[in-house]
Write a protein that binds this ligand. Structure first.
Ligand SMILES: [Zn+2]
Ligand SMILES: [Zn+2]
Length: 408
């Protein structure tokens, strides 16, 4: 036990039960207490009126340093007699202001004040950073920086893309396009196709990210320089110069008047894209459903493109589902490893397609599944433009079929 000298006692903290004792008597009492003397005897010897278990709490704090927050001293209490240590080390506290340096969340007035100052400073810094970011966004995407795209220069494909996006995401007041990710309907039959569509419109400066977007939709690098933005999370402004009023432009873009004969090539290419991605989404869904994680490479893509030259999307669904079930059966029978069985699916689709043609199968078209509802682009093309909503899912996306559709 360390030696305790009278000048180490913080006399202001002596319990009132011990006030009649001199400093030397206190030292004597504490020393005897710590040496294990019988407490009841000590109470009698020093004429102290307190319960024996409470004696240790009446002892004064022992000075161990200066309080960082006020002119008083930090002290530690005397440890219980069962402890070999004289003091409750690492529990320094200020008897005057109540500062406790051993807890991180000290509630003394100075610490509370400091914390409040820190909070205000952090808030101020955050506001300043927010302001800097907003200024950077304004500099980059201020709509005045961009030349408006002339309405006459829009291609048919662009009009169909814009129409699809407006139908999904145009704000109620028609002034901006809500973030694409908020669309309730799938925009197209696959995110890759939607991304291609948006990226084209951005590259053409038909869509400009709105400076009113959520700030978190923009990406800033470590030095707070605006580096990019999330295509699906920003709002967009439609940067088109109408031939007359903007509201009429919106109406024309929402309800496209298309001469189908003039646009056959374009409509066919959109149909092919839609159909391909429809099949791809279905393929991925069925594969994932049985626990396969396929890589989509050129072989898979060209297999589906080839199948769609002869079969409708619904028929290819049939082929895909059959190929997936055959594969899982082969895997479950123990004949093949899971990976091998998974890799058989695409080849099986190809073989089935070739057999179906060679043997003239009457291949039943499957329906959509509820997990993959019809996309907005599909509704636009088949219901609004071609006016044959259900046949399209049941016909191969070919030039002849498109001409026939149109003729009927
Ligand atoms: Zn203090
Ligand atoms: Zn404190």
């Amino acid at each position: 036990m360390n030696y305790l000298s009278p000048d180490k006692l913080i006399t202001e903290t002596i319990g009132e039960e011990l006030e009649h004792l001199s400093e030397n008597q206190l030292i004597d009492l504490i020393t005897k207490y710590k040496n294990g003397n019988n407490v009841e005897n000590l109470l009698k010897e020093f004429n102290i009126n307190v319960r024996s278990t409470m004696l240790v709490r009446s002892f004064p704090l022992v000075r161990v340093g200066k309080c960082p927050n006020c002119p008083a001293d930090l002290g530690c209490s005397i440890a219980n007699k069962t402890s070999k240590e004289l003091l409750n080390q690492r529990k320094e506290e200020c008897w005057n202001c109540g500062h406790k340096s051993y807890i991180s969340n000290c509630q003394c007035s100075t610490c509370l004040f400091d914390k409040e100052q820190e909070r205000i400073q952090a808030e101020t810094n955050m506001q300043a950073e927010l302001k800097r970011k907003k200024e950077a966004i304004n500099r980059e995407f201020c709509i005045e920086n961009y030349n408006k795209v002339d309405e006459h220069s829009l291609t048919l494909k662009e009009k169909i893309s814009i129409c699809t996006i407006l139908r999904c995401c145009l704000s109620e007041d028609g002034k901006y396009i809500k973030p694409i990710k908020t669309s309730i309907e799938p925009v197209t039959s696959h995110q890759d196709l939607t991304t291609q569509m948006i990226k084209h419109l951005i590259a053409r400066e038909i869509l400009i990210p709105s400076v009113e977007s959520d700030i978190n939709a923009f990406v800033f690098d470590e030095t707070n320089i605006l580096s990019s933005y999330y295509t699906y999370e920003v709002k967009y402004i439609l940067n088109i110069q109408p031939t007359d009023k903007f509201s009429l432009l919106i109406e024309r873009l929402l309800y496209l008047a298309i001469d189908i004969d003039q646009g056959v090539e374009v409509l066919l290419s959109i149909w092919k894209d839609l159909a391909f991605y429809e099949v791809l989404s279905y393929f991925l869904y069925q594969m994932n459903d049985v626990g396969y994680q396929p890589n989509i490479g050129e072989v898979t893509k060209s297999t589906f493109i080839k199948l769609l030259e002869n079969f409708s999307v619904g028929q290819v669904f049939n082929i895909v589902l059959r190929a997936v079930s055959n594969s899982t059966r082969a895997y479950q029978s123990g004949e093949y490893t899971k990976k091998h069985a998974m890799n058989m699916v695409v080849a099986s689709c190809r073989n089935q397609g070739e057999k179906a043609i060679a043997e003239n199968w009457d291949l039943k078209a499957y329906n959509r599944i509820k997990q993959l509802p019809e996309s907005e682009l599909s509704k636009l093309l088949f219901t609004a433009i071609l006016k044959k909503p259900y046949m399209a899912f049941n016909m191969a996306p070919t030039f002849d079929n498109l001409l026939n559709l149109n003729a009927k």
